[in-house]
Each structure stands twice: as structure tokens, then as C-alpha cells.
Design a protein around this ligand. Structure first.
Ligand SMILES: [Zn+2]
Ligand SMILES: [Zn+2]
Length: 1005
């Protein structure tokens, strides 16, 4: 043992080393090695002599908002103290049972382990008052107006009681809040503000019959959504579905936080003149913050159902119909996530349709079907109905390669009943010339009982729209889009229809706008009668924007989303009772820091995080951290760091061990061991994943043949799949289903018998190894997965949390992080493993978006100007409308003011607004000069046409000089890509430099 002791103000810093000085013999060298040694340090009398390692930062040096957040975090985590840090090893501290801020013993750990507690909503056992709150969706759907307070009032009362109890704690010395009084006061005032809003929501449904009706509708739709989701899942697994079982035993109900979040948002979704809709600076965007898998989606699906219902009940407002048009715009960042969410949202819309089609209900809910549109396009879904027809023709029933056109077959099974959808048989395309210009997707239920079979829904099929052109014509109630797709706004005049800008209705084809193919009259054709376009006023614009996974809107993508949001926000705005009304914005995430900055820059709104944190991380009333136990297992994290060994070598051994150990459990316990039978291998980079793929096929496979010699079980050649951006978009719906296949000896035996008999197997083969990159960390939801091996510490804590939260959703999860000792950052994570995991939400990185930064302006300002002028109405909407733009037109003046004032407010500087205004005028000058040039009879269009006459105002982005009106096609392709030759030596080889020797710090108290 060697050591070093230094005295500090009122404590000692002690560093200890274990040095192996033995001489290594020529033979049997390992006789002189020391395997997994541990040091334990304690006081001879076992007193709690170990104290906190670090202190808070000095407030003088950072900005006050950042300091306040840091202080609040320090308050929340005040009971999670770090006592020691390892050197080339991890540490564990045993705290004093009487005071967790002191420790009695510290020890080194070669394989550190930490159980991250589960955070779950409370029930009546935790908070008895919740016992009298009615959370059942069906029950609420059948509640008369007058009874809402009686059924839901207790929720607000219980929350109020809880707030009072927390307030009393602030001055209680046992709570350890000294120095945190201000942070505690601020936290609790946010709780009180949320409580006030919950009560306002309750009051609304008690007193406003329209709101009450829409609330009942939302509850019924959510009830049906839940029961049908469960039934369809069971059917996909091959079970016989007993509907009564799902109706009666499952009793779909809300978690208190979901219901509270729904309630507090009702007033702003109902009253168009609510401050959240009319204030420019002080509107509130609500951010739902809950751990992954906790039920965020359901909360905002509930609000979606309410919003589409209240619009229909409110009918025509200011001359605009609420029956048609998009009510809710739901946005995601990645297409993978988008498609999975689309499948979930479709069940909700099917439920809404089910309600609307009940006898007598059309009078209340309207003649227009509720529909959901998937607006992603670009190689995932078709842009036009003709492309959709072509894709169906090419596919011949095998849909997974749509020939680059995108595929309309985004649903593999019926969301409503779980029956298979066979693209060759169940997808029908009726092109514009021959019919309505529709792509119809039917349920393939062989018994024909489902509501969405050709028999029961002949002209409509499932209420989904997956072709861009059809989305414009039919403007579905709900649209699911990628943020990226909004780059289309300046390029495509028809996108104005998403914001309600239509100028007619063709009874055969749907709404019209200058850039949509249609004519004023059609002759009779087959079953379709002769028709004439009728005039139509603009539709009510979207009422609600939902931004999922807010933490992904960051960096260059986030910055451009923020800039384009200026146009989206304005185009969704309209005038009601003389006031400008904006859409309501809701966002969600599981990991966020500095949310106010981000929301303000992106949406120009204040943020209200729900549930607001209380005064400890363990309890905010709506969610409780459960002490890891048999009943409430946490997610277990385990660190492996093979000092002196290559990461590759460590990974091979870890994979082999987990695969063989789970196999042994499987042989003993059967399908009970299923959650740990699929090993999810997570990688930070594609090339590392590719390396592992080769290793699984080779080293891992070979070693698994001999694992029985080490007391584990042998395992067959692993079936391997990957979930990465290398997969074609059209593969994704299928790939997402693969990990759902379970390990089950009975199914296995059945498959074997089927194979022997030469039959098609009736159940899918489960995956042994699923390799994934950060595509997995954004919302892939496969409940059975329980085991993950992370290869190298991910760059960001947010990503680490998001990725590892994918396992252990239904059973205890196990995450093994294999750290690379040759990377200082990895090593540091290993050395502080337990404390880092105890507080990892505190380590989430703050994000930055800077929509009006000079480089963002270069890339996006013209797009914004064109979008606002072109999509504001009909006047300049057609492609050649670019020619007739005038300085003094209302649309032009408003576009300039909208952008300039947004810049001024976001940046908090009048000068910045003036600069933008000048820049816009400069660009408009250029535009008008282009429009005035009529050489050779040519004219200006937004896009160049191949007619030899139409010059394009908008230029495609090129690698060369960026012109004034060069315009992005995608918000991701911000800068041209540069090809690099990447040497993956880093992953495979020994480091060039030796590990640095420890200098100071060390195992200290
Ligand atoms: Zn069906
Ligand atoms: Zn038509």
C-alpha cells in the first residue's frame, strides 16, 4: 500500500494506491498477478468519518438562471453525496444509516453496480386521497357535467395537501434544506401554479357543456384506443382475442399525472382568446417531463382527442369551419419514431371514427371522417397518388422496397383489430383521372367483422392518409410529421392547405388550392356523378402543435427548426374577435436542462414543466422514485473496464457471458427468462457496430460452443439483426416488429414440428443479438427487452439515459456498460460509476438553439420570407405568383414584420430586429428585380420549370456559393457533407500511449 495525505480547511484528503511489486516469474506468470483486489477504508471505531467530496460552484461566475437551475438540482439531489473517486478502479461508499450525507466505509469495486430506481406514478397505497379520484377512462366518458368535480376534485385537493406538506418541510432542519430556501420556495410556487391550472380545467368541464362533451369524447376515444391496442397486440402474438376480457379486466385508466396534464391544458384549447393563445411573449408552452416509458404519449393523445372534438363542436368560428382542416400537428425528429407513433395514433383516430359512426352521432361529430395523415414523404411515403399506384404495382405484394418512391404500406397489421394487412390485396389506389385520387388501406380481417374492412368501410378503409398529395386534398384532423418536412414550405405552394388555406372544394377530389391538380368540373365517370368545384372559405388552422422528444431539437437541426418555426407559428395564427390567435404548443421529453432558453428560442413562449419538481428528487407528487426492492426492481447498471485489454476483447467476453448465462436460465426457467435472451448491443458509431457484427458472427459464435465448460450453457449460432440508419425507410415498419418475437420453448417446439412437416412456421424466430445505434434511443418501444450491453460511454448523458431506458420496461432491466480504459472520458465514468448513475439526470447537458444566429439567417431567411408570402393566402401562391409580388401588399408587409419582430423578441434586442428588417428588404429588392426581368418573354416562378420560360427564384443548395435565394430541401442537410476515410483503429487496436499515472486526488475522503 502506498498513500498520500493532505490537509485541507477542515478535513483530510487521503489518496491510497495498491502497488504490485512482485517479480513476474518466467513461467506461470499469472502466479504473480492480482485479480480483482479490493481496498476497504474505515475508521477503527466504524464512525461516519467520510464527508462530501465537492462543493457547489460560486454563484458569481455563472449567469443567474444557470446558477438557479444548478442550485435547484443540488437541492433535489442533496442526499446523493459523492465521498470518493477511484483511480483505475470504481468505488462504493456505505452511508451512515442515520445521515446519508456521511459515510462509514469506502471501498474499491472492480465491477461497480448501481440500481437506478424506478420512477412511477403514485396510487392509493402511496397517497390514500387518490383512492377517491375516478381515473377510469370509460367511467369519465359516461360522467354528466355536474359530477366531474365530485369525481376529479380529490386529485386537486390531494395535490394541494402535498404542496402544504412540502412547504412545512422547508424550515425543518431534518430536511437539510439550509441554503436552499430560495430554490425550495421557487419550486413550490411552480407547483402551486400547476395546481391553479388543474382547478381551472376542472371548473371548465363543470361549467361549459361543450368542453364537457369534448372531454367525454376524449375519454371514450382513449378507452377504445387502449382496449384495441391490447387486443391487437394479443392478436399479433397469435392469441385468440376475447374482447370482453380487455373491456372488463384491463379497465383502461389514467395515471394522475396524465389526467392532471390533460386538465390543465383544457382552457387554452377551448378558449381561443386564452392568454396562451393570444399573448406574444407570455404564452405558455407546456413541457411534459417524465421518464421514458412512463406514459407521456397517452397524455398527449388524450389532448389530441379533446382538440379534434372541441373543434367540431365549436363549428364555424369567424367564418372558418372546424369540421375540416388539421386540428393537431404532431412532430417528431426521426422517421423511425414517426412511423411507430403513427401506428399508435392511428388506433386513436380509429377510435374517434368508431364513435363518429355510431347511429345518430354524425349530427354531433360531423360528416367528414376523422383521419390521420403521415406527412414524411421523401423515400418513406409517396408524394403523389400516381407514385403510390406505381409503388403498389412494383411491389407485387412484397412491399419492403418501394423502388425509391416510398411506400403506402406503412401498416402491417390493422391497428384496430390486429388482422394482417397484405399490401398486394388490401391496398387499393384510385388515381386522380379514374376516381378520387385516393390510396385506400383496408383491414384484412378474413371474417370481415372489423370496422375498417372493404365491407364495413368501402369508400374509406382505415382512416389514414400516407400520400402527401392526399393529405393536402383531405386535410386530416391529425397529422404526424417530421420536423424536417417543413423545409418543403417555400418549395410547395400546396403546403398552405395544412394551415387551412384552401380556395374551393371539389366534391370528388377534396379541397383545392392553386398548386393542386384539379379542374372546376368533372363529367360523370362510373360511380362518380358529374361535379363542379364549390367555393370554400379558409379552414380553421391547427389548434395544437405537439413536439415530441424536445431534447432532439438541438444543434444545427434545432436552430433551423427554430427559424422555420417563425413561419409555422404565423401560418397557424388567425384573427378571432379582433385578436391574433396562435396555436397551443406542447412538448415532451425525458431529459432536459435549461428548458426555458430552448423553448423561448424555438417557440417564443414561456415554458411550464409538468410535473414541476418538488424539493427532493424522490417525490414530486405525480411521480415517486421507488427504493429498489423485490417488488420495485430498478434498472441495474454494471460497469466493466478491462484495464490493459482492448475494448473489442472485453466486448467479446461480455457478449459470450451474457448470452451463455441467459441461455442457462432459459433452459431452467423457460420463457420466464425471455427478457434477457435478446442482447441489445448499443454503439456510439456505425463503424464500431460493424466491427461487433463481424465479431458476433465469428468469435462470439465459436466461443458459445464451449461455454458449457465454464459452467454456463452452450448456445446456438446467434440470430443477429441491426437497427440503424443503414436500414431502408421502407424496411422500418417490419424491423420494428422483429424484436417483439419471444423466446418460448412451446413456440420453439411448434416451429420445429412445422419445419419437419415442411410447413410454413406460424411464429417468428426471436433475435439473439440486436445491434443498434442511437436510432434505438429515440422512442423504440419494445417492452420485452431486458438486457443491454453498451460499447463505450456515449458522448452525451441524455443519449445514455434515453438509450439504456429502452430495456427493463416490463421486467427488471440489466445494462452493462463496457468502458474503454484507453479513453480518459470512459475511464473517468468508470471511476465515478456509482455516483454518476445515482445522479445522472443532473448531468444532462444543456442544449442550445440559436435561430437568429448569422449562419442560420444565411441558410434560412429567404425560405422564411417566401413561405410567409406564398402560403399566407391565394394571391402569390401559384408557382408564377412569384412574378406579381408587390412591396405594399399586406402579405409582404406582414411577412417582414413577423420575422423582424420575432428576431427582436428572441434575441431581446431592437437592433437585431432592425438588422433583420433591412436584410429582408434587401432580399425583397432582389426578388422584385428578378420578377421585373422579362428577357425573351421569360417569367419568374418560385421553382424553375422545364418549359423554357419559367426561371426559378429559389435555387437548389449547391456545394458552391450560396445565393440569396438558395433554399434548403432538408433541415438536416445544413452544410454540404464531406467524405472522410475513417480508420477504425481506435476501436480495434491498442492505444499508442500508455495510461497516465495518477497524480493527485485519488481515493480520498
Ligand atoms: Zn381491422
Ligand atoms: Zn376534382
Amino acid at each position: 500500500m502506498q498513500g498520500k495525505v493532505r490537509k485541507s480547511d477542515n478535513h483530510w484528503v487521503v489518496t491510497l494506491f495498491l502497488v504490485n511489486n512482485q517479480k513476474e516469474p518466467e513461467q506461470n506468470r499469472d502466479a504473480a498477478w492480482v485479480f480483482q483486489p479490493e481496498l476497504v477504508v474505515e475508521s477503527p471505531d466504524s464512525k461516519p468519518i467520510f464527508l462530501r467530496r465537492s462543493k457547489l460552484r460560486n454563484p458569481g461566475k455563472i449567469d443567474p438562471f444557470a446558477y438557479m437551475e444548478e442550485l435547484s438540482m443540488a437541492m433535489l439531489y442533496r442526499r446523493h453525496v459523492e465521498f470518493a473517486v477511484g483511480h483505475g478502479v470504481a468505488v462504493n461508499a456505505e452511508t451512515d444509516p442515520a445521515d446519508v450525507t456521511q459515510a462509514v466505509r469506502v471501498r474499491t469495486r472492480v465491477i461497480p453496480v448501481y440500481d437506478v430506481p424506478k420512477t412511477t406514478p403514485p396510487d392509493a397505497k402511496d397517497i390514500p386521497a387518490l383512492g377517491s379520484v375516478v381515473l377510469g377512462m370509460k367511467d369519465l366518458a359516461e360522467t354528466p357535467d355536474a359530477e366531474f368535480s365530485q369525481k376529479l376534485g380529490a386529485l386537486a385537493d390531494a395535490y394541494e395537501e402535498w404542496i402544504k406538506r412540502q412547504q412545512a418541510k422547508v424550515t425543518d432542519p431534518a430536511e437539510g434544506l439550509m441554503g436552499f430556501e430560495e430554490a425550495a420556495k421557487e419550486s413550490l410556487s411552480r407547483c402551486s401554479a400547476a395546481l391553479k391550472r388543474i382547478r381551472e380545467g376542472l371548473e371548465l368541464i363543470r361549467t361549459d357543456p361543450t368542453a364537457a362533451e369534448a372531454f367525454r369524447f376524449a375519454n371514450m376515444a382513449m378507452h377504445l384506443q387502449r382496449t384495441h391496442t391490447l387486443a391487437a397486440e394479443a392478436k399479433r402474438r397469435g392469441e385468440t382475442v376475447d374482447w370482453n376480457k380487455f373491456e372488463t379486466t384491463e379497465k383502461p385508466s389514467w395515471y394522475p399525472f396524465q389526467l392532471a396534464f390533460v386538465l390543465l391544458n383544457l382552457p387554452s384549447l377551448t378558449d381561443l382568446n386564452h392568454p396562451d393563445r393570444t399573448e406574444i411573449r407570455n404564452a405558455t408552452a407546456d413541457l411534459l417531463w417524465f421518464p421514458t416509458g412512463g406514459g407521456k404519449t397517452e397524455a398527449y393523445l388524450g389532448l389530441t382527442a379533446y382538440t379534434i372534438a372541441i373543434r367540431r363542436l365549436q363549428g364555424v368560428v369567424e367564418g372558418r369551419s372546424g369540421e375540416d382542416g388539421i386540428a393537431v400537428l404532431m412532430r417528431y425528429t426521426l422517421r423511425l419514431l414517426t412511423i411507430q407513433q403513427f401506428q399508435r395514433a392511428t388506433v386513436l383516430i380509429c377510435a374517434c371514427e368508431h364513435i363518429r359512426r355510431q347511429p345518430g352521432n354524425e349530427r354531433k361529430w360531423g360528416k367528414t371522417p376523422f383521419r390521420v395523415g403521415l406527412w414524411v414523404g421523401y423515400r418513406t411515403t409517396p408524394n403523389t397518388t400516381d407514385q403510390s399506384a406505381e409503388s403498389v404495382k412494383q411491389a407485387h405484394g412484397h412491399f419492403w422496397h418501394g423502388g425509391g418512391l416510398g411506400s403506402p404500406a406503412q401498416l402491417r397489421t390493422c391497428p384496430w383489430c390486429g388482422s394482417e394487412i397484405n399490401p398486394g390485396r388490401d391496398v387499393k389506389v384510385e388515381i386522380y383521372g379514374q376516381g378520387r385520387g385516393r390510396t385506400l388501406i383496408y383491414c384484412g380481417d378474413p371474417l370481415g367483422q372489423c370496422l375498417f374492412t372493404p365491407k364495413n368501410s368501402p369508400k374509406e378503409g382505415l382512416p389514414v392518409l400516407v400520400v402527401d398529395e392526399e393529405i393536402y386534398r383531405l386535410v386530416p384532423s391529425l397529422i404526424i410529421a417530421t420536423v424536417d418536412k417543413f423545409a418543403q414550405m417555400p418549395w410547395k405552394g400546396e403546403t398552405q392547405m395544412l394551415f387551412g388555406q384552401v380556395n374551393g372544394l371539389c366534391p370528388r377530389h377534396g379541397f383545392r388550392s392553386p398548386e393542386i391538380e384539379d379542374t372546376d368540373s368533372h363529367v360523370r365517370r362510373g360511380d362518380f356523378p358529374a361535379t363542379k368545384t364549390i367555393e370554400h372559405a379558409p379552414l380553421r388552422p391547427p389548434d395544437l402543435i405537439i413536439q415530441d422528444e424536445l431534447h432532439l431539437i438541438s444543434g444545427p437541426l434545432g436552430t433551423l427548426v427554430g427559424l422555420y418555426e417563425t413561419a409555422v407559428d404565423e401560418l397557424c395564427s388567425w384573427t378571432v374577435k379582433g385578436k391574433r390567435v396562435r396555436p397551443k404548443v406542447i412538448a415532451s421529453t425525458a431529459t432536459i436542462r435549461r428548458a426555458q432558453d430552448q423553448v423561448s428560442s424555438l417557440f417564443l413562449r414561456n415554458v411550464a414543466v409538468f410535473p414541476p419538481s418538488g424539493i427532493t428528487i424522490e417525490d414530486n407528487f405525480f411521480s415517486l422514485q421507488r427504493e429498489p426492492s423485490e417488488e420495485n426492481p430498478g434498472r441495474r447498471y454494471m460497469g466493466i473496464c478491462g484495464s490493459g485489454r482492448r475494448l473489442k476483447a472485453a466486448l467479446i467476453r461480455v457478449y459470450v457471458t451474457f448470452l451463455a448465462a441467459s441461455q442457462q436460465l432459459y433452459e431452467k426457467y423457460g420463457t420466464q427468462a425471455d427478457p434477457w435472451m435478446t442482447l441489445v448491443g448499443y454503439f456510439n458509431a456505425m463503424q464500431e457496430l460493424g466491427g461487433m457484427r463481424r465479431l458476433v458472427d465469428d468469435d462470439v459464435r465459436t466461443r458459445l460452443q464451449e461455454t458449457d465448460r465454464r459452467g454456463l450453457a452452450k448456445r446456438r449460432t446467434p440470430k443477429l439483426e441491426e437497427l440503424t440508419s443503414r436500414r431502408a425507410s421502407t424496411d422500418i415498419p417490419q424491423v420494428l416488429e422483429l424484436p417483439e418475437a419471444v423466446f418460448d420453448p412451446a413456440l420453439e417446439a411448434k416451429r420445429q414440428a412445422e419445419r419437419k412437416a415442411g410447413q410454413k412456421t406460424t411464429s417468428p424466430y426471436p433475435i439473439d443479438v440486436l445491434l443498434a445505434t442511437n436510432m434505438l434511443s429515440v422512442g423504440v418501444d419494445v417492452k420485452r427487452l431486458g438486457l443491454m450491453v453498451v460499447g463505450g460511454q456515449p458522448k452525451a448523458t441524455a443519449e445514455y439515459i434515453q438509450a439504456t431506458s429502452r430495456v427493463g420496461r416490463s421486467r427488471p432491466g440489466l445494462v452493462c456498460t463496457v468502458l474503454n480504459w484507453a479513453r480518459p472520458r470512459d475511464l473517468s465514468h468508470y471511476e465515478r460509476f456509482e455516483h454518476y448513475h445515482a445522479t445522472f439526470y443532473q448531468h444532462v447537458e444543456a442544449l442550445s438553439v440559436t435561430p437568429f444566429a448569422p449562419r442560420a439567417i444565411d441558410r434560412g431567411l429567404s425560405a422564411l420570407l417566401v413561405s410567409l408570402i406564398r402560403l399566407a393566402g391565394i394571391d402569390f401562391n401559384p408557382n408564377d405568383g412569384a412574378t406579381v409580388v408587390k412591396w405594399d401588399h399586406e402579405f409582404v408587409k406582414r411577412a417582414i414584420e413577423t420575422i423582424a419582430s420575432r428576431a427582436e423578441l428572441v434575441l431581446g434586442s431592437k437592433q437585431a430586429g432592425d438588422d433583420i428588417r433591412n436584410e429582408l428588404k434587401h432580399r425583397l429588392d432582389y426578388w422584385l428585380a428578378q420578377a421585373a426581368m422579362k428577357t425573351g418573354g421569360s417569367r419568374l416562378g418560385y421553382q424553375e420549370r422545364k418549359d423554357g420560360l419559367t426561371r426559378g427564384l429559389l435555387q437548389q443548395p449547391t456545394l458552391g456559393r450560396w445565393e440569396q435565394f438558395s433554399c434548403l430541401n432538408s433541415l438536416r442537410e445544413v452544410e454540404p457533407t464531406v467524405n472522410l476515410v475513417v480508420d477504425d483503429g481506435n476501436f480495434d487496436d491498442e492505444p499508442a500511449v500508455a495510461q497516465p499515472a495518477p497524480t493527485s486526488g485519488g481515493l480520498s475522503s
